[in-house]
Design a binder for this molecule. Structure first.
Ligand code: HEC
Ligand code: HEC
Ligand code: HEC
Ligand code: HEC
Ligand code: HEC
Ligand code: HEC
Ligand code: HEC
Ligand code: HEC
Ligand code: HEC
Ligand code: HEC
Ligand code: HEC
Length: 427
């Protein structure tokens, strides 16, 4: 440890000090010198050039007073004791007489400062570290905060500034914020994370926990974590901590996703992977409907445009919906007639994916829902989907039971009326 090697240096200095004091006493006694009484340090020949404290001169980083050999600014000789120079005042006053303002009006003093020791961290006589610190700044902190060092060493995910310099966030001397933070917690994180700040302040949709209670710390740890992105727990468990009950506010109810996932065993791929933010990537807030980072229509019906489904088409092929006739691009077809195209790809009242699929989980195959919320009365439109080996059928409120079959097309479905140019392909 750097501290103990310094300690060794100190022992050497002390030995040198003791030996020199003895020598000096012998010399002075013999000569009955005028120096023997009321000696002031200015009268002593240069302290760092008389073979006693010469090593001070060699140290890289020195306090300006030491560099200028103004030892007496801090030291006085103890009366009746030859060449014993005690500090003029106790710390921190010795230091704060010049470094005024440092601790003034500060509510919280850091442990060693409160205990009155500046020199546990700074050796004014000189060290090889900047500001006369007795070790590199981060090592210095971890020499006292040993447990934190152990936690950091064991954590798979570490926050970059914590690896660099603790003082990027903490004031090592004194602060008006708890845990000696440089800024109030809510300001501290955003001081560096300007992008997150932009999402929070400029976005149309807020995510309540980012701005309430513990704010960032509802979800993140400041130093390190066992989970990616410094999350307090795995992403899915984190979300479900809050989203396992309906969240009711005055205008709306946010669905209980936890119970849905418990009841419906057929989870969507990214949900199985625990990756809620694969879709909800504007997790700190933004412009996307439901914190979705890519476009997805808000309503049950909409006119079709590929761009409106950027979210689904990030992982699925858009041809699923853009091609009218196909024998392979989707299994939702009657013979060659693409029923995704038929339902979704319309100039008016195209059904959105949610009309048939639940993006989180369902108990039917292919993430087909049993029913879909329709209108504002809280009513659910049942789909009554039945899957067969080569097709399926459903009987929603929109029409009588229609069947589709990929091998032997059934005639109950209206033919696609006008196939637009360019949309017939892939035959
Ligand atoms: C800015 C104030 C300050 C200046 C300037 C200063 N000292 Fe010190 N010195 C101290 C303090 C405080 C201690 C007590 C250290 C402690 O308690 O850790 C000390 C302790 C010492 C010791 C005891 C050995 C040790 O390191 O613990 C020696 C020797 C010493 N000083 C010599 C000098 C000499 C020689 C000079 C001038 C070149 C000098 N000091 C200048 C503040 C100062
Ligand atoms: C007589 C006034 C005076 C006293 C007493 C004094 N200092 Fe200083 N100190 C200064 C001045 C002047 C500077 C250089 C300007 C500055 O950085 O503020 C300085 C600079 C420093 C620096 C920064 C040095 C660098 O390399 O940039 C540290 C650390 C420091 N002092 C610590 C202490 C400690 C610890 C004590 C008490 C043991 C102390 N000072 C006592 C006047 C003083
Ligand atoms: C826990 C360790 C620690 C203690 C105790 C401590 N300091 Fe510091 N001090 C630091 C660190 C770390 C720096 C910043 C070094 C850097 O620039 O990265 C620093 C910087 C300084 C500076 C340079 C100016 C500045 O603020 O950056 C002065 C002056 C100073 N300290 C004086 C003092 C005085 C006076 C005391 C006692 C009241 C004291 N320190 C106690 C760790 C400490
Ligand atoms: C000489 C030992 C020592 C050094 C070096 C030291 N600390 Fe401390 N620190 C303490 C003590 C003692 C306390 C008060 C007791 C406690 O709360 O654990 C404390 C408290 C703290 C606290 C508040 C803890 C809380 O729970 O409120 C923080 C934050 C902190 N230190 C950060 C730092 C940083 C950053 C550094 C490096 C610049 C550092 N410490 C260096 C001894 C030290
Ligand atoms: C990115 C900012 C940041 C950096 C860098 C940082 N901390 Fe912290 N630290 C915090 C915050 C925020 C808290 C308060 C956490 C809370 O209240 O839950 C804290 C709390 C602490 C505490 C008290 C609580 C605890 O977890 O034990 C100590 C001690 C501490 N930090 C030491 C350090 C040390 C040592 C370093 C450098 C290795 C460091 N910190 C680097 C932000 C930071
Ligand atoms: C001094 C600047 C600074 C402060 C203050 C700061 N951070 Fe960071 N943070 C960074 C840097 C640098 C990175 C690394 C970015 C990179 O690698 O692209 C980072 C990364 C992160 C990451 C991403 C980690 C990952 O693996 O994806 C999270 C989450 C984070 N910070 C949260 C916070 C929180 C919460 C706070 C408030 C306690 C905070 N940050 C305060 C600088 C800071
Ligand atoms: C509701 C939980 C939650 C809250 C509250 C939260 N975050 Fe995050 N944050 C996350 C998740 C989850 C990720 C991972 C996102 C991803 O993988 O796309 C993340 C990622 C990050 C990242 C790295 C990726 C990026 O977007 O730059 C930073 C930095 C970050 N958060 C900072 C913050 C800050 C600062 C706060 C407080 C203002 C905060 N977070 C509040 C959940 C949260
Ligand atoms: C600390 C609790 C908490 C955590 C953790 C949390 N949320 Fe939320 N979430 C809320 C609250 C509260 C609301 C707002 C409910 C309201 O406004 O009525 C909300 C709203 C939402 C909304 C709807 C936003 C809107 O206004 O359209 C989505 C989507 C969402 N959260 C997803 C997530 C995801 C994904 C995660 C995990 C990365 C997550 N939440 C983690 C508490 C939380
Ligand atoms: C494949 C993309 C996707 C993934 C992955 C995903 N979601 Fe969603 N989520 C959506 C879509 C789309 C909506 C909008 C629902 C709608 O209106 O049809 C939504 C809505 C929500 C809502 C608001 C519900 C409401 O009442 O409108 C919450 C809360 C939510 N998701 C949480 C989560 C959680 C927690 C996870 C991870 C377990 C998750 N989501 C994973 C796409 C996804
Ligand atoms: C992050 C990538 C991703 C996004 C975004 C995504 N999905 Fe998926 N989806 C998958 C994966 C992986 C599978 C395969 C595992 C499974 O069956 O869930 C899948 C499967 C499906 C299936 C069943 C396919 C089959 O052959 O069994 C449907 C239906 C589906 N997704 C619909 C959607 C809809 C609707 C959206 C947009 C709201 C969407 N997905 C967004 C990754 C994604
Ligand atoms: C009218 C109901 C309906 C709508 C609207 C709908 N789907 Fe489907 N989708 C189905 C059915 C039924 C299947 C299952 C076909 C089978 O395997 O028999 C399916 C299957 C899928 C599959 C599995 C691969 C395939 O094509 O067979 C994906 C992926 C998919 N749908 C995505 C979407 C996306 C993305 C949207 C919105 C753009 C959407 N669906 C809109 C009914 C629908």
């Amino acid at each position: 440890m750097a501290r103990s090697s310094f300690g060794l240096g100190r022992v050497v200095v002390n030995i040198v000090l003791v030996v020199s004091v003895i020598l000096l006493v012998i010399v002075l006694n013999r000569r009955d010198s005028v120096f023997a009484t009321n000696q002031t340090i200015q009268e002593v020949p240069n302290c760092t050039a008389s073979g006693c404290h010469d090593d001070f001169a060699k140290r890289k980083q020195k306090h300006p007073l030491v560099a200028e050999k103004k030892c007496a600014t801090c030291h006085q000789e103890i009366k009746d004791k030859n060449h014993i120079f005690a500090p003029l005042k106790p710390q921190p006053e010795l230091c704060t007489q010049c470094h005024d303002g440092m601790l003034e009006k500060k509510e919280f003093l850091h442990g060693p400062v409160a205990a009155g020791s500046c020199t546990v961290c700074h050796d004014v006589h000189g060290t090889s570290h900047k500001k006369e610190l007795v070790a590199e700044p981060r090592d210095l902190c971890l020499q006292c905060h040993v447990e934190m060092g152990e936690v950091l060493a064991q954590s798979p995910y570490r926050h970059k500034p914590v690896q660099e310099n603790c003082s990027l966030c903490h004031d090592h001397h004194a602060s008006n914020n708890k845990v000696h933070l440089r800024l109030a917690p809510e300001k501290l994180c955003l001081d560096c994370h300007k992008d997150v700040n932009k999402s929070i302040t400029k976005g149309k949709v807020d995510h309540a926990p980012v701005k309430t209670n513990k704010q960032c710390f509802n979800c993140h740890k400041p130093h390190s974590s066992d989970f990616a992105h410094l999350l307090v727990k795995s992403e899915k468990n984190l979300c479900l901590d809050c989203h396992s009950k309906p969240l009711v506010d005055k205008n709306r109810t946010i669905q209980d996703i936890g119970t849905l996932l418990q009841k419906k065993k057929n989870h969507h791929g990214p949900v199985i992977q625990g990756n809620c933010t694969a879709c909800h990537s504007e997790i700190h807030g933004g412009d996307g409907f439901r914190l979705l980072g890519l476009a997805y229509p808000e309503k049950f019906y909409t006119s079709f445009k590929k761009e409106k489904y950027a979210l689904c088409f990030k992982c699925h092929e858009p041809q699923l919906v853009t091609v009218a006739l196909t024998d392979r691009l989707t299994r939702f077809r009657n013979g060659d007639v693409n029923l995704h195209f038929l339902h979704v790809n319309k100039d008016k009242k195209g059904r959105t994916c949610r009309a048939c699929h639940d993006t989180h989980a369902s108990s039917l195959p292919k993430h087909i829902r049993e029913s879909v919320p329709f209108g504002n009365l809280g009513w659910e439109l049942p789909l009554k989907f039945v899957k067969t080996k080569t097709g399926g059928s459903c009987q929603p409120g929109c029409h009588k039971r229609y069947k589709y079959d990929r091998i032997e097309p059934l005639q109950n479905i209206p033919k696609i009326p006008k196939v637009k140019k360019g949309k017939v392909a892939e035959k």
